[in-house]
Design a protein around this ligand. Structure first.
Ligand SMILES: C[S@@+](CC[C@H](N)C(=O)[O-])C[C@H]1O[C@@H](n2cnc3c(N)ncnc32)[C@H](O)[C@@H]1O
Length: 237
């Protein structure tokens, strides 16, 4: 999961599917500064290939990233050389400093398996925030908003490379099992195919809100952002 093949094309395919990393980073920054106007430092948890961090680096004086996948971390280092990046697990990390803001984008929080892990991870986030610091989490679908059996398909062409991505998602217990097939082709290397399989937990909105409260946050949920998944904004009590 989140291997080298995917790291190469991750940003391209999602930009090609309409994801606007720059505007998402601006929106998160705006929400952070509504609560903490002088916010100057940000940690992006599960930063992936660094696409949000590239924008955050222009909006905050100091940015850092945390990421569990080595290939994704290498791509982030190349994309945002000015950021301090840590290879690590959001469930158990200690960076020895605190931040004005923490972001965790694009459903990455759904890789936590249980509400216990969710609460423990949000408590880690609180531990890395200054008092009054702000966390912004773009969650995975809620159990109540998820569409079982969802199929998605996209083909994009960038700089002579054609990439197709087809995914199928099905309910498995309280999680979504998503199989994603990629075909990447160019005139020199020809076509190659690989798959990625994800198990992403469908926490309910109430489970998120309970975990935020238990971790010491006052939280609000903004509907509609991020293709309908919304955004949680929590302020550390
Ligand atoms: C959907 S991608 C989002 C990446 C990036 N935030 C973005 O918006 O492009 C999910 C990311 O979460 C990372 N991830 C999953 N579990 C993690 C964990 N326990 N700790 C840190 N990162 C994790 C994956 O390696 C992957 O980069």
């Amino acid at each position: 999961m989140y291997g080298a093949d995917l790291a190469e094309i991750f940003e391209l395919i999602h930009r090609g599917r309409g994801k606007n990393y720059l505007s998402e980073a601006h929106e998160v920054t705006r929400r952070v500064r509504m609560h903490k106007p002088a916010a100057a430092s940000l940690l992006d948890v599960a930063c992936g290939t660094g696409s949000h961090l590239t924008a955050f680096a222009t909006l905050f004086d100091h940015v850092e990233g945390l990421e569990i996948s080595e290939p994704f971390m290498r791509a982030a280092k190349a994309a945002v050389p000015q950021a301090v990046l840590h290879l690590g697990d959001m469930r158990d990390f200690d960076l020895g400093r605190s931040f004005d803001a923490i972001s965790c984008m694009f459903g990455s929080i759904g890789y936590l398996a249980t509400t216990r892990e969710l609460t423990a991870t949000l408590t880690r986030f609180a531990h890395h925030l200054v008092p009054g610091g702000v966390v912004a989490i773009d969650p995975w679908w809620f159990l109540e908003t998820y569409t079982d059996g969802y199929v998605s398909g996209s083909v994009i062409e960038v700089d002579g490379t054609t990439i197709s991505r087809v995914s199928h998602s099905k309910l498995e217990g309280n999680a979504s099992r998503m199989d994603v097939h990629y075909i990447v082709a160019d005139s020199v290397q020809g076509a190659r195919h690989f798959t990625e399989n994800h198990l992403i937990t469908l926490f309910t909105r109430a489970q998120y809100e309970k975990a935020f409260a238990a971790a010491g946050f006052t939280v609000e949920y903004i509907e509609g952002l991020h293709a309908g998944r919304g955004l949680f904004v929590g302020v550390r009590d």
